[in-house]
Design a protein around this ligand. Structure first.
Ligand code: HEC
Length: 440
């Protein structure tokens, strides 16, 4: 039942997983204790605070894509209390998932409950509480975990160490993860999102006047403050969406991503990725893997990344390829500096609605994630522009596929993030209920 519900929400991302291989295992409070405080991403051009530099030609957009790939997947060492190394995990696996966000939100709301309105509405007061709570979230595992004790902790550390040769386990197979900077801003803007949540929860009964008017917008301007937040996200904000699929002895579907094959695919009105006829079997050496508590192995087939280092975000996606063609097409320009453990992932990236060289729509699509009909010919940014609009899902369903690539709106209520307005996370809807429950 839950799966059917998720699938109806996720139909755009192609919810074709079956319940046995749909991986959404969240990290627990104990896992957060072991992983510790996550580190923020450092934008490629961290001095460019105005985000004025936006690459235009395809090579420089790909170069930016590889740099983002490299930094978001860089190995982070995790240690136990005595400083002993437990193992290495990729940076993005240290970031916050929905369980973290729920723990942090509930703590914040409990802290604020009963406080005077000046404090609840003060950005600096709430920011301070949020910053303190990040450390609380690392330390509170005994309270949340039920069976406290060093033995539980040392057993879980052993489980982390049982990871595959590539990396330690991280305890999280969450689909969506957010960097600390992004989570801080989500929490600080909880009231604004609660208001957004109020109108979003009216979605099904939305009156005509509530519906956003979409037209083809040529102007690059857009309001600096997305209506659901205090301000735009900072340039170090990052969100990722991971696809972990149960490792099967017969292997995984693979796709031909050569330019010829993609050109052939997008000739059709409903360009849809077509798998090759043979499956490919990965090994511990050529795919990123995690094991679950009950001994199942999950393979990382795809990773979507969006970083706010550009006003309209930089969009990057990676997908797994077997050894035979990992170096071809979208893997042929992989820089030597990319960690060898990621040598079997190909990459595409987009930073504009249009390809500046051809003036046609830009293109970037992941064969493992954009699996639904027509999504082989999309460009990330075009679909994400609709995130947070009152009639978002309904209008997307009825909209011609072309409009999913063209800039259609000057307003970005949730700054391109789907997980605020909809998706399984639906943060704004949760904040909306929580503000009433905690009487804030
Ligand atoms: C047709 C619409 C569509 C396209 C195309 C699309 N996305 Fe998404 N994306 C979604 C939806 C809906 C969600 C939330 C549901 C989910 O997790 O699947 C999402 C979630 C995400 C998330 C998690 C953060 C968030 O927004 O909640 C990231 C990161 C992301 N997408 C990046 C990308 C990238 C990179 C591409 C292009 C390679 C892309 N998306 C293409 C619709 C789309």
């Amino acid at each position: 039942m839950i799966l059917i519900f998720l699938c109806s929400i996720l139909f755009f991302s192609g919810c074709r997983e079956t319940s046995s291989n749909l991986a959404t295992l969240n990290a627990t409070a104990l896992d957060r204790h072991i992983v510790g405080l996550p580190s923020d991403y450092i934008p490629q051009n961290s001095k460019d605070l105005d985000r004025k530099f936006v690459p235009t030609n395809r090579n420089s957009i790909r170069k930016l894509g590889w740099s983002i790939f490299q930094d978001v997947t860089q190995a982070k060492v995790i240690r136990d209390k005595s400083g002993q190394i437990i193992g290495e995990i990729p940076l993005f696996l240290t970031w916050y998932d929905r369980q973290d966000l729920l723990r942090l939100s509930e703590k914040l709301f409990t802290d604020l409950k009963g406080h005077p309105a000046e404090e609840i509405n003060s950005e600096s007061y709430v920011t301070n509480r949020v910053m303190e709570n990040f450390q609380w979230n690392v330390d509170n595992w005994k309270l949340n975990h039920g069976t406290p004790g060093e033995l539980t902790l040392s057993n879980r550390i052993k489980f982390f160490q049982k990871g595959h040769t590539q990396f330690a386990n991280a305890g999280s197979l969450s689909r969506t993860l957010w960097s600390p900077s992004l989570v801080k801003d989500l929490l600080v803007s909880f009231k604004k999102q609660a208001d957004c949540g109020r109108s979003l929860s009216l979605e099904s009964g939305a009156t005509k006047s509530k519906q956003a008017e979409f037209t083809n917008i040529n102007s690059p301007e857009f309001p600096k403050r997305p209506p659901c937040f205090q301000s735009e996200f900072k340039s170090n904000a990052v969100a990722v969406k991971a696809l972990w699929r149960l490792s099967a002895s017969q292997g995984h579907q693979v796709f031909d991503t050569s330019p010829e094959s993609i050109n052939d695919m997008i000739q059709f009105n409903h360009a849809t990725w077509r798998p090759k006829s043979d499956l490919a079997v990965p090994s511990d050496q050529n795919i990123i893997r995690q094991v679950t508590q009950n001994g199942k192995t999950y393979d990382l087939l795809a990773l979507h990344i969006m970083t706010k280092e550009l006003s309209n975000w930089a969009w990057v996606t990676l997908w797994w390829s077997p050894d035979a063609d990992a170096e071809s097409d979208f893997g042929s320009d992989r820089p030597k500096s990319i960690d060898k453990r990621w040598k079997n992932y190909k990459m595409c990236s987009v930073v504009h609605f249009e390809d500046q060289q051809t003036n046609a729509n830009s293109w970037c699509s992941n064969p493992y994630l954009e699996t639904a009909s027509g999504l082989g010919d999309t460009n990330c940014i075009g679909c994400h522009q609709f995130a947070g609009h009152v009639d978002n899902m309904a209008s997307l369903q009825s909209r011609e596929l072309e409009t999913k690539k063209i800039k259609m709106t000057p307003v970005f209520p949730t700054d391109y993030l789907w997980s605020v307005s909809g998706a399984p996370e639906a943060i704004a809807l949760y904040f909306h209920d929580a503000v009433e429950y905690f009487n804030l």
